[in-house]
Design a protein around this ligand. Structure first.
Ligand SMILES: [Zn+2]
Length: 110
């Protein structure tokens, strides 16, 4: 009885394609793992909400294109991505019509 019943089960012809799809999803799983790490990093940025007027960088640098809150090595004459009309001689004391962005920001400590 049982042997006859097993003979009536037809082999599923669509299994090989399904296995290949499963291998592909394994690659997607690795991608999801890295995405999770980015999500954790995103949660580590509450500083803006706490002190919206706080500087990120403790310096008095100024860049004609990027304003007054920039990295230590970033100044008008060292700017890596100057905007159109960029003036490398612009400083915090004389912005020469440059970007006023972040000039009012204050360093509030680490
Ligand atoms: Zn710049």
């Amino acid at each position: 009885m049982q042997q006859q019943y097993q003979q009536y089960q037809p082999p599923p012809p669509y299994q090989p394609p399904q296995r290949q799809y499963g291998q592909g999803s394994t690659g997607h799983g690795q991608g999801n793992a890295s995405y999770g790490q980015e999500h954790v990093r995103f949660q580590r940025q509450p500083r803006q909400q706490r002190t919206p007027n706080a500087k990120y960088y403790n310096n008095t640098n100024y860049c004609w294109s990027h304003g007054g809150d920039i990295a230590n090595e970033h100044m008008s004459h060292t700017c890596q991505r100057p905007a159109a009309g960029h003036n490398p001689h612009a400083t915090r004391g004389n912005t020469m019509g440059g970007n006023p962005k972040d000039l009012q920001r204050i360093w509030m400590g680490t």
